[in-house]
Design a protein around this ligand. Structure first.
Ligand SMILES: [Zn+2]
Length: 279
C-alpha cells in the first residue's frame, strides 16, 4: 500500500486514517533527523476511551499502519501485535491533564535537545511567530525515561505549555490534532536553531513587552488555540526586570567579551597588584 506524504488537520477521522497519519508523521520525524534508531513516540486519541500509539522498539520512519497499538486510558493494550510505546505514561498524563489535546509527539531533535541538555529554556521573545504560536518553551527537570519520575517532572508544566524541553532527553509537543502537535515540534526545533545562531553571533535583540502584548492580542485573529501562558518573565522581553543588562539579552546595550582562564587570571593578578601598590 502506498503511504500518503501529507495529512489533513483535524482529529475526527476514521481509525484507518489516523493510523496512516501517525505513520506519515513518523516518516517526517525520522527523515528530518529528529530521532535516532527507535527513539521517539507518537499517539492520538481515537475516542474518549482509546489511544492509538506508535509501538515500542521500532524506527518511526518504518512504521506501517498495522504496527500501531490501541490501548485504554490506563495504557493497557486492547489491540495490536506489538507492544505500546515505553513512554506511553507521558502521553496519558498529557491526555488526562489537557482535555483539549488529541495528539502527542515526542522526539529528540538535536538543537532543541541540546538546549534541554544545557538546561536552557527557549523563553526569549526573539521571533514573533514563536511568541504567537508557543509563547515560552520551558525545561522540565530530568526524570528517568519510562518511569514515573519522567511524568512527575512534566506534570507541573503540562497545563500551561504546548511544547516542553525534557532535561537531558528531548522534546514533547501536543495539540488538538496530530498536525498541530507535529507543527509545534517543528517550530520548537526551528526556533532552537535561530536562538543558537543568535548565541553564535553574540547578540540578541529581544522584542519589548509592548510588542509581545500586540502579538498575544493577535492570536485570536489568527485563530490560534494555545495554552496561552504569559507572565512578566515569559517570554523574556527587552524591558523585563533585570533583563536589559543581562549579558547576551539585549545586544544593543551589552558588549560580550570572552577570556581564557589564563587571561582572566592575568587580569585579576594585575588588578590585585595595582590595588596593593595604591595602598
Ligand atoms: Zn525520548
Amino acid at each position: 500500500m502506498t503511504q500518503p506524504d501529507s495529512i489533513q488537520p483535524g482529529a475526527r477521522k476514521t481509525e484507518d486514517e489516523h493510523r496512516r497519519d501517525i505513520c506519515t508523521i513518523g516518516r517526517w520525524v525520522a527523515s528530518r533527523g529528529y530521532v535516532a534508531a527507535t527513539d521517539g513516540n507518537i499517539s492520538l486519541r481515537l475516542d474518549a476511551k482509546r489511544i492509538l500509539t506508535s509501538p515500542t522498539a521500532m524506527n518511526k520512519g518504518m512504521m506501517a499502519p498495522d504496527d500501531l497499538v490501541v490501548t485504554d486510558m490506563e495504557g493497557r493494550k486492547l489491540l495490536g501485535a506489538r507492544n505500546p510505546s515505553s513512554e506511553l505514561a507521558m502521553h496519558l498524563l498529557i491526555y488526562r491533564r489537557r482535555p483539549d489535546v488529541s495528539a502527542v509527539c515526542h522526539a529528540h531533535p538535536p538543537v532543541a535537545t541540546g538546549y534541554a541538555a544545557a538546561g536552557i529554556p527557549l523563553n526569549k521573545a526573539l521571533v514573533s511567530e514563536v511568541v504567537l504560536s508557543l509563547g515560552c518553551i520551558p525545561v522540565a527537570r530530568y526524570g528517568t525515561p519510562g518511569t514515573p519520575e519522567l511524568t512527575e517532572a512534566l506534570e507541573p508544566l503540562v497545563t500551561d505549555f504546548d511544547a516542553i524541553l525534557m532535561a537531558n532527553h528531548g522534546v514533547v509537543c501536543y495539540g488538538q490534532d496530530l498536525l498541530t502537535a507535529w507543527f509545534r515540534m517543528e517550530t520548537t526545533e526551528h526556533f532552537a536553531r535561530v536562538a543558537l545562531v543568535t548565541e553564535l553571533l553574540g547578540k540578541q535583540v529581544l522584542l519589548s513587552s509592548g510588542d509581545v502584548e500586540k502579538l498575544l492580542a493577535a492570536r485570536a485573529r489568527y485563530g490560534l488555540t494555545t495554552a496561552a501562558q504569559t507572565s512578566a518573565a515569559c517570554p523574556v522581553t527587552s524591558d523585563a526586570p533585570g533583563g536589559e543588562f543581562a549579558p547576551g539579552v539585549t545586544g544593543d546595550r551589552v558588549e560580550r567579551v570572552s577570556l581564557s582562564r589564563a587571561e582572566l587570571t592575568a587580569l585579576l593578578d594585575e588588578a590585585i597588584a595595582r590595588d596593593r601598590q595604591g595602598r
